[in-house]
Design a protein around this ligand. Sequence first.
Ligand code: ATP
Ligand code: MG
Ligand code: MG
Ligand code: MG
Length: 469
Amino acid sequence: MKASEIRSKWIEFFASKGHKIEPSASLVPHNDPSLLWINAGMAPLKPYFDGREKPENPRLANSQKCIRTNDIENVGKTRRHHTFFEMLGNFSIGDYFKEETVTWAWEFLTSKEWIGFDPERLSVTVYPEDEEAFKLWNEKVGLPAERIIKLDENFWDIGEGPCGPCTEIFYDRGEAYGNDMSDPEMYPGGENERYLEVWNLVFSQFNHNKDGSYTPLPNKNIDTGAGLERFASILQNVDSNFDTDLFQPMIQRTAALAGVKYNDSVEIDVALKVIADHIRTVAFAVGDGVLPSNEGRGYVIRRLLRRAVRYGKVLGLDRPFLYELTTTVGEVMGMYYPEVVDKQEFIAKVIKTEEERFHETLTDGLAILADISGTAKSEGRTVISGPEAFKLYDTYGFPFDLTEDYAAEHGLTVDREGFDASMQKQRELGRAGRQENESMKVQGGPLADLEVKSEFVGYTDLLTEAKVV
Ligand code: ATP
Ligand code: MG
Ligand code: MG
Ligand code: MG
């Protein structure tokens, strides 16, 4: 079953259960300074969940574009994580509750009319105190008790506000993906590749009060999210999300551009997967109006793009090539997200310009490095100092690990501790600068980005440390 068919079935199924279908919102949150990106199907619907707005129809469903940069390290390593993915969701705003949610989920997953998973392969996790959910799975659906696992972490709570237990659904990919049952992680919900989490059903039934107590909500809500790419990997009977029709066109195109083959070596495959992942994220973000820059969302996009360029180097691609993939993204995704087709030329132009800039950065950086290493050698040093490496990184955008590689090739080392110390100093300066702007933060609007900026430090670290080349 094609991914586009799965998406259509989802929409058709929930429409048949009286849901209004919401189009995907932009990746850029609207009026929500707490979020950098829309990262779940429920995120753009928050005003309904917290009662600020009343929906026309209390039953909603969608297929929502999401970005989760916290999963970046997982991309290409696990079979199931992306920085950009589509979350299929159904929602009830004070309307139906647990029984309908659970029985509809089961019907959609197992009925031949819908996506028809083998019910024997499904298991679920529940919150230990949520006896109602346990009973629904066990008695109403008929799932044997040993396939209903109680997990303390199945409670969705982000501090003050609505919260509640959740129940998650897992698909057993079979023994080939793990058969060591003595591994403490080898259960649904554990860190393993065998039990694939496909769907999370959240029962928002309490309010987490200021004083830390929990009281039942007068209006209970349902928030669910399922990964389209994961459904596709199961229904297309392939090894990972990257082997589905959502990713293969980009992977094959990149492989052709580079003259390499997919499925030949782990190193090449990881590079192809990361590139396919990042080009979707960057193309969609640019399509939603985010431009590469040195702060906020633009900085995330710049970093992802540069990361993809560097993985391109692993494949021997030393010239701009990512922009060429934007037509493929349009072909794969344009049916449901016309923006990536309508704005394709613009997206390609932005990406190409940024790629060219980064190649210049790399060329300039190498020239500066040649100077630095010349100086070091003439002074009888074998170490590139922390401040030297940091200046390259901070002023010229030259990645630290490339400096290290260059040094190694020239019989030098780099003072990593000194580099970290310079980074730390820079961060403290940045923090002090931001405090002066504290009063501006509450004004919201574009200034709310100041808030966002402070979140990036971790992400910068992540990418600095990610060993790419
Ligand atoms: P995982 O444990 O696999 O990281 P999660 O528990 O973080 O997933 P949820 O926050 O429960 O995910 O999101 C709901 C659903 O969205 C998941 O069940 C999964 O199908 C999908 N999903 C979540 N994160 C990703 C991702 N990075 N890439 C692809 N799909 C995802
Ligand atoms: Mg996760
Ligand atoms: Mg999970
Ligand atoms: Mg989950």
